[in-house]
Design a binder for this molecule. Sequence first.
Ligand code: UFG
Length: 327
Amino acid sequence: MKVLVCGGSGYIGSNMTATLAENGHEPFVYDNLSKGHVSAVKDAQFIKGDLADYELLVKTLKENEIDAVMHFAAFIEVGESVAEPLKYYHNNVSNTQTVLAAMETVGVGKFVFSSTAAVYGMPNQIPINEDMPKDPINPYGQTKWASERMLHWQCNAGKVRYAALRYFNACGAGHDCTLGEDHSPESHLIPLIIQAAMGKREDIKIFGTDYPTKDGTCIRDYIHVEDLCSAHLLALEKLEKEKELVYNLGNGKGYSVREVIETVKKVSGKNFKVVETQRRPGDPPVLTSDASRAISELGWKTKLADIEKIVETAWQWHNKYPNGYQD
Ligand code: UFG
């Protein structure tokens, strides 16, 4: 298939682009480079464009005879979304609408959407399955959920087939550890700990040690980026027959912040300063997935469920690119 990867120069999008190419598909990356890195784009044609540019989207879909769109281009900072909600509604909702409108105009009928566990807000039951209440507690989660609803109704009208994939904590580096996490600013736990291990930051702060968990720190379900990509590929193929797919993507296994810090210490062989601080507002104590639907319906199998193996891939990428991507 010819697949337009919106946000294909970002962390998950660049891994997906490489996965598509490796599996006999033809990826085209569409990205405005506001966050991504052109050097992370492998084996794909690159189109520099903005998602708000309807005309360019129509032209791109038409000229390249695109069969399906995968959409990773979104803002992802929870704290920023609380401070700047309209920025998030514009990029995460309005721009998703523009992509869908361009697809409708050209007649492109398959869409794979990058969604998030943040749609569940503060769940009252763990592990989380897809049918549990959607009650986001910040604009980031809300904009992803709004886009899912838009997809549902666009699908109901017979205009698109779609898969919404709700990631838990995406992490690790893919494709021989050449495609990793290079966010600016960085707010995710594993890259931040690695930066502390590399001496690039003074310490790692633990946000809250009084949670009702085994060691007092938050528990998350870490899922390797290549495992996310394999689920996208399976979902894309399943859209040949199905019109509406919604899956949680996680390992179903939780690790605490302290456990992740200890894992980075073990993998890197480095010691660094750990500072216990206040809770970060809006963090649920435990988020783990019930991904049994993706496992049974897609035949999805994760390959890198072990936190040590996941961290090893991230550690290797950070050592290959100590200053991140050059462009
Ligand atoms: N944490 C720290 N110190 C840090 C950074 C993070 O203790 O310096 C803690 C957080 O408080 C949290 C855990 O590490 O308990 C993981 O934090 P991340 O920021 O790496 O990830 P989140 O679980 O907050 O967020 C992830 C995705 C979001 C998504 C959310 C949905 O990054 O995009 O899961 O559950 F919305």
